[in-house]
Design a protein around this ligand. Structure first.
Ligand SMILES: O=C([O-])CC(=O)C(=O)O
Ligand SMILES: [Mg+2]
Length: 592
């Protein structure tokens, strides 16, 4: 079996996995400030001692399947364990894509991809990187949502680390059971609000697994530096509690002190085991816990909430890009949100922050341009007493308005944002009302997965006579309307978190500062080309995501250095080049 020590040493040429060619060509230093290894050194010398023969074929980190060469088969005791033919990675890739396309059911494609990840990691990432637009909807939203709903049923081999109430008092030991030690990014969920699908308990594991696959494919973090974690404190989902195949604790959710003690033990154990510089990404927690965890740990740990901060950063980027199409400054626009939870208030706050930086006005003034609607109607000052604390900054002076349509008519937004997790809420009346006072209404239907989208791309274009600038959290295909093709954008935090994480890790940042989110957002908006704009797009296509991520990483790292939060010194001169040189590449290595 693969030995952890050898594995770690093998990947230890730098903190990040380095592409040999760019490393040698660039002559750059690694994140520890040491000269990078030569290409020769990077031809892995350690495989012999890691795994050989039968166990090498079953080690997903090193297995190459039919791509083992004749020489490698001789050197690593593989003779006879493989059929005689040897093929290259490109042909393997072609074959797997061919096979995947035979499956009509998305969940079958998901299972096939997860099996590949468990079997041959480099091939999995090569596939994902080369076919990102086709495969993102499988390993990520919307299919990952369905996978979580059915996780117990499709469960084959465990992925990630499970920490349940049973592990209370032993979390540090549990972390030590994980085979990799040089962890740089953890994505953790407690499964209480999985996408817009609600409480899926322990089955939320699909989300950290999927997010981290994107960290590697889109942002270039090493797979072995990524750790998916699910914290199981029970579930209030009655159906799952009754489901024979459910994989989690069969009890109602622990709350209050019991919950916060477990989470606190977890945060302490993470720091103790991995040090200051491991990035902990909170994902799909319910609102109350998400806000509380972020505010509790943001000054002592390197934490990032993807749903609050990542979503905010991606939406701000889309809005800034959209203004190039519609004109006006942020402060000249009026925003109306449906949904006042993590995404809604997170986006609103980041937009207000950017607005106040632009206008030099206090943030309280900027907030007045942004209105939020929750399940009880428009959030107004007369409701202040009964509001949760994260909604209070948005309680402006206005008479009560009971529903979204009336709020649209009263506020007359130029930009409508859906972030409530509830589908089909942008009705024809709502969309047409927004379109009645905007030449080009900006409509962002952010809720995931597709079933929870506030409206479809087709509806947005049809109900506005093709005038809408539309983006959604989950992907929609292009739409033909009145003989013209409209390409919707995908306003999903997947644009941000991989590059953001890369920037944090490569600079050795020890805290996340809001200005780093603004930096990420700015870098993303700058990646929208003239050609994209001409198609009405406010996000660049995902196919260039590695380049986009490098730019985001560079801007984030630059900000971390400027703020004195970066610990990897000296600062590399060319941060974009450096980010690119740090990115993990999935090409097979040659084993001696
Ligand atoms: O996972 C996604 O597609 C975006 C996201 O964070 C969420 O909806 O919670
Ligand atoms: Mg999320």
């Amino acid at each position: 079996m693969a030995s952890t020590a050898e594995e770690t040493r093998g990947e230890g040429a730098s903190v990040l996995d380095l592409d040999p060619k760019s490393a040698v060509a660039g002559g750059v230093k690694d994140v520890y400030g040491e000269d990078l290894a030569t290409e020769e050194q990077l031809v892995t010398p350690w495989t012999v001692s890691v795994a050989s023969g039968y166990s090498l074929l079953r080690d997903p980190h090193h297995n190459k399947g039919l791509a083992f060469t004749e020489k490698e088969r001789d050197a690593h005791y593989l003779r006879g364990l493989l059929p005689p033919i040897s093929i290259n990675q490109e042909l393997q890739e072609k074959k797997i894509m061919h096979n995947l396309r035979q499956y009509q059911v998305p969940l079958q494609r998901y299972s096939a991809l997860m099996d590949l990840q468990e079997r041959n990691q480099r091939l999995f990432y090569k596939l994902l990187i080369d076919n990102v637009e086709e495969l993102l909807p499988i390993v990520y939203t919307p299919t990952v949502g369905e996978a979580c709903q059915k996780y117990g049923c499709i469960f084959r081999r465990p992925q990630g680390l499970y920490i349940s109430l049973k592990e209370k008092g032993k979390i540090l030991e549990v972390l030590k059971n994980w085979p990799q030690r040089n962890i740089q990014v953890i994505v953790v969920t407690d499964g209480e609000r999985i996408l817009g699908l609600g409480d899926l308990g322990c089955q939320g594991m699909g989300i950290p697994v999927g997010k981290l696959a994107l960290y590697t494919a889109l942002g270039g973090l090493r797979p072995s530096a990524c750790l998916p974690i699910t914290i199981d404190v029970g579930t209030n989902n009655e159906e799952l509690l009754k489901d024979d195949f459910y994989i989690g604790l069969r009890q109602k959710r622990a709350t209050g002190q019991e919950y916060s003690e477990l989470l606190h033990e977890f945060m302490r154990a993470v720091k103790q085991n991995y040090g200051e510089k491991v990035l902990v990404q909170f994902e799909d927690f319910a609102n109350h816990n998400a806000f509380e965890l972020l505010s509790k740990y943001r000054s002592t740990h390197l934490v990032f909430n993807d749903d609050i901060q990542g979503t905010a950063s991606v939406v701000l980027a889309g809005v800034v890009a959209a203004l190039k199409l519609v004109g006006g400054t942020l402060a000249e626009h009026t925003f109306l949100f449906l949904g006042a939870g993590e995404a809604g208030t997170g986006i609103a706050e980041l937009i207000a922050l950017e607005m106040s930086k632009q206008t030099q006005a206090p943030i309280e003034e900027a907030r007045k341009k942004i209105w939020l609607v929750d399940s009880k109607g428009l959030i107004v000052s007369t409701r202040k007493e009964s509001l949760q604390h994260f909604k209070k900054p948005w309680a402006h002076e206005h008479e009560p308005v009971g529903n979204l349509l009336d709020a649209v008519k009263a506020i007359k937004p130029t930009i409508l944002v859906g972030s409530s997790g509830v589908g089909k809420t942008f009705t024809k009346e709502v969309v047409q009302a927004v379109a009645s006072f905007n030449e080009r209404p900006i409509i962002l239907a952010l809720s995931n997965p597709t079933s929870q989208s506030e409206c479809t791309a087709e509806e947005a274009y049809a109900w506005t006579d093709g005038r809408a600038i539309f983006a959604s959290g989950s992907p929609f295909d292009s739409v033909e309307y009145n003989g013209k093709v409209y390409v919707p954008g995908q306003a999903n935090n997947a644009y941000i978190f991989p590059g953001f994480g890369l920037g944090v890790v490569m600079s050795g940042a020890i805290r996340v500062h809001d200005d780093m989110l603004l930096a990420a957002s700015e870098a993303l908006a700058q990646q929208v080309t003239e050609e994209n704009f001409q198609k009405g797009l406010i996000y660049p296509p995902f196919k260039s995501i590695r380049k986009i991520s490098a730019h985001i990483a560079a801007n984030v790292a630059d900000k971390a250095y400027e703020l004195g939060l970066a610990s990897h010194l000296p600062r590399p001169a060319n941060l974009v080049k450096y980010a690119e040189s740090c990115m993990y590449g999935p090409i097979y290595r040659t084993y001696r």
